[in-house]
Design a protein around this ligand. Sequence first.
Ligand SMILES: [Zn+2]
Length: 323
Amino acid sequence: MTRVIFSTGRAFAFAAFVIGALMLCAQEMPAVHHKHASGEPVGAEKDSLVASFNESRAMEYVKEIVALGPRPIGSANHKKVEDYILRHLKGDAVESDNFVADTREGRFPVRNIIAKFPGTQDGIIVIASHYDTNYPLRNTSYIGANDGASSSALLLEIANQLRGKKRDGYSIWLLWDDAEESMQMPWNSSESLYGVRHIAEKWQSDGTLKRVKAFLLADMIGDSDLNIERDTNSTPWLEDLILQAATSLGFQSHFFARTMAVEDDHLPFIHKGVPCADLIDFNYGYNDVFHHTTQDTVDKLSTKSLKIVGQVILKTVGLLDKR
Ligand SMILES: [Zn+2]
């Protein structure tokens, strides 16, 4: 698909955008047609954590985050979204990982936000989303409804589901990571992922990383035409577990029609040996045309997509507990 893009004029402009915008797409492979061998969805979902996920409330959060405006690092709106997330975590065990990122564009304060929900099993499942918006587009009306807001809102709703309940399973740490977006377009591996690179180092040196059983990443998951990619940078058994969760909920048609290598927030953890899965839809609009453009707005999203990804993540957590 990527190669075809270079062959026409219109596509050439688009290719420039794609190359610029992408964090990923390093080696997109031909689409793989999955035959989902394991037959029927398992009808009624008994897992209450899964069933009570409130996608309408998640969508309200998306709209409220987007209403803050563009939220690139170093901006006043970025501070507003930090406060917004923290306000929704009042009473939870919240930690901030603050540091200063030295970038080609200058020095910026960076803040990872972690909410910890303890479980009875020894080990941690991290569920992550970046909450900053694209820096190079900072002076446009770009608001990152899908890219930044959708997954950050999803985590807030997951927090609602975890709050005040006794967890008979692994501890869950929700991570809103910061300064994920590349400082330049095209995507620059050494000028991006500041937040996750920092927290992965920190957790390695304080011994936390050894306890992380899985790192589940959500990114660009609000697209109303939801197609989560199978990512070859992610851990194969964990991807399989996600497909198992999706299949048990009857959502398997939204998963893994395409296979590609995705460069995203999970990379620093992958490099440190943590099992990771990136839940990302990298086809946002025809040929990903809305990605990193001012067209990344709420009208392209659906509550159904938030429900699918929210429920599949929570179901995967349940499968990990039993694994
Ligand atoms: Zn982005």
